[in-house]
Design a binder for this molecule. Structure first.
Ligand SMILES: [Zn+2]
Length: 545
């Protein structure tokens, strides 16, 4: 057709003496602008000592927020926060529970730290909970699995005593509760959320090393000291006391209530379990010092031709800041948690992807949001706040692509995306990887529930199909085994330590490939006629139904 049109046009114009212009390049993000140099440039700044380890609500945190907003502006990415700025202020409750906390039953008192570790879901300085104790098994209400550990019970203003983890899958239902994989129903966060929804006043999670996969000392160190949370939303149910209790103390409590914990646990692992009200009342008084802080999610948007819908990229910018000196420190002891891999690299990756969209020759259909969220390390607070207060309704968000760390060890054939098996996003990324002669790897440890521990998770809970970039396994080249070892060394030695620092020998060859691919992935999702969907039967498919 072109030839013919040109032959005709030649009669009226000399322009056709030129050869026909080459066909327009396929529209897409400006992937080539994603480079090692500009990625490492961001990491060097964000992970420098000047940024003091990027703790929320500190000067280093402020610096980080400003840097991100300046970068977005310079790229031509518009402000994307709900108020039309780059900054979404996130209120953070900082609280310290007084060690005078006790949990008592007639005849015995369980001591703070040794027997029980508690915190509160409300901001009051003094919280009291008194009432009957109801054993609710695994504390799960899963209508899609026809499983309800609260069936027939009224736990309003009472204590609930709960087992952690999922119930085991029986032989005749091998995939019940994900089989070997941990489902969200097995996570301790879910247990507290469901207990609050059921109207309980206090919840006691029974710690056993086997079910929690970590010893009681981890409960002690994680849940005593300063805790961070979002203030409860108006009308949202909240627990007065959220507590972990040792297996020994729980056994004693149940015995005083006229039952045997092991017998109860056995009955709770089978279908048809009914909650058991124990013949014992428990009382606790919790005193706490609570104060408010504020830190910002930094959000930008490249508007699409259909701005009513969007794709959301996310990466957390915060890390642990700078710790106070210890008596054992030497003068040159490094106390700054630079967080170069975790997660200056992820932030740099999302900035690079933002550039590829901002500089693209065409606009995508759906808008593309870039969210640099705060307070991930204190419990996914920034992303949870964003999911509850989004710039566009969560059911209009086609997908979330989260980046927690960019591979700095060199090229890989595989890419691992947590959540890829849960939704139609899996097929999209699988196809894209095949085009680039790569493969989609799988979660190495589904039993650990990593899908529930990063910033994509609050979006998944809100029904948004989500993916989170995880560590690749298949390095290429002669030194592949050495690289795998280096990766393990980071996890053993540097993860969440001051030694997570930028190293000029890092090789972002693989990381750049990954970011280019993720830019293309977002582009395709933004232009697909259909919104991506969770697979039938997935826990998060319920939300949009
Ligand atoms: Zn971290």
């Amino acid at each position: 057709m072109r030839k013919l049109a040109c032959a005709f046009a030649v009669l009226i114009s000399a322009a056709c003496s030129q050869p026909a212009p080459p066909p327009a390049p396929p529209a897409g993000p400006a992937e080539d602008l994603i480079t090692t140099d500009s990625m490492t440039g961001h990491i060097k700044v964000l992970a420098s000592d000047e940024y003091e380890g990027r703790a929320p609500a500190t000067p280093g945190g402020e610096k980080t927020q400003n840097y991100l907003a300046e970068q977005l502006k310079a790229l031509g990415v518009e402000p994307g926060a709900p108020d039309g700025t780059y900054f979404q202020q996130v209120p953070i409750v900082e609280s310290v529970v007084d060690r005078s906390f006790v949990l008592s039953v007639p005849g015995n008192t369980y001591r703070y730290y040794n027997d029980v570790v508690a915190f509160s879901g409300v901001e009051r300085p003094r919280v009291q909970v008194q009432g009957e104790v109801v054993f609710v098994g695994h504390g799960i209400n899963a209508p899609e699995l026809k499983w309800n550990d609260y069936a027939g019970a009224n736990v309003r203003n009472k204590w609930v005593l709960i087992m952690v983890n999922d119930p085991p899958a029986p032989a005749d239902e091998p995939t019940l509760f994900g089989g070997n994989a941990l489902t969200y129903y097995g996570r301790w966060t879910y247990k507290f959320e469901e207990a609050a929804r059921q109207g309980a006043a206090g919840a006691l999670l029974i710690h056993t090393e086997e079910s929690a996969t970590y010893p009681w000392q981890v409960v002690q160190s994680s849940w005593s000291g300063t805790q961070y949370s979002l203030p409860p939303q108006a009308g949202e149910p909240a627990l007065g006391v959220k507590a972990w209790i040792t297996d020994t103390a729980a056994k004693d409590l149940v015995r005083r209530g006229g039952q045997n914990l092991d017998t109860l646990r056995a009955s709770a692992s089978k279908r048809g379990f009914k909650p058991v009200t124990l013949n014992v009342r428990a009382a606790a008084t919790l005193a706490q010092k609570a104060s408010r802080k504020t830190s910002a999610n930094v959000i930008g948007v490249v508007k699409g031709t259909n701005p009513a819908e969007a794709v959301l990229y996310s990466a957390h910018w915060d890390h642990f800041g700078t710790r106070a000196p210890l008596p054992t420190d030497k003068p040159d002891t490094d106390r700054i948690y630079n967080g170069a891999y975790d997660n200056a690299s992820g932030v740099a990756g999302v900035l690079e992807i933002a550039k590829a969209f901002a500089k693209a020759p065409q606009k995508p259909q759906r808008s593309i949001y870039f969210a640099f969220v705060t307070a991930e390390e204190s419990g996914l607070l920034g992303s949870s706040f964003l999911a509850a207060n989004p710039p566009i309704p969560m059911d209009k968000v086609a997908a979330n692509i989260n980046i927690d760390g960019v591979n700095y060890l060199g090229a890989t054939t595989d890419m691992v995306q947590l959540g890829s098996e849960r939704s139609t996003l899996g097929a999209t990324i699988d196809a894209l990887l095949k085009e680039r002669n790569r493969t989609l790897g799988s979660d190495q440890h589904p039993e650990r529930g990593y899908f529930f521990r990063s910033d994509h998770f609050p979006f998944a809970k809100a029904g948004v199909p989500a993916l989170s970039l995880s560590e690749p396994q298949q390095f290429t080249g002669a030194n592949a085994a050495a690289l795998k070892k280096k990766q393990e060394e980071y996890n053993g030695k540097d993860y969440h330590q001051p030694s997570d620092e930028f190293d000029p020998s890092w090789d972002f060859g693989g990381g750049v490939n990954d970011m280019r691919l993720l830019a293309q992935l977002g582009w395709r999702i933004a232009n697909q006629p259909q919104m991506p969907k969770y697979n039938e039967g997935d826990q998060f498919a319920q939300v949009r139904k």
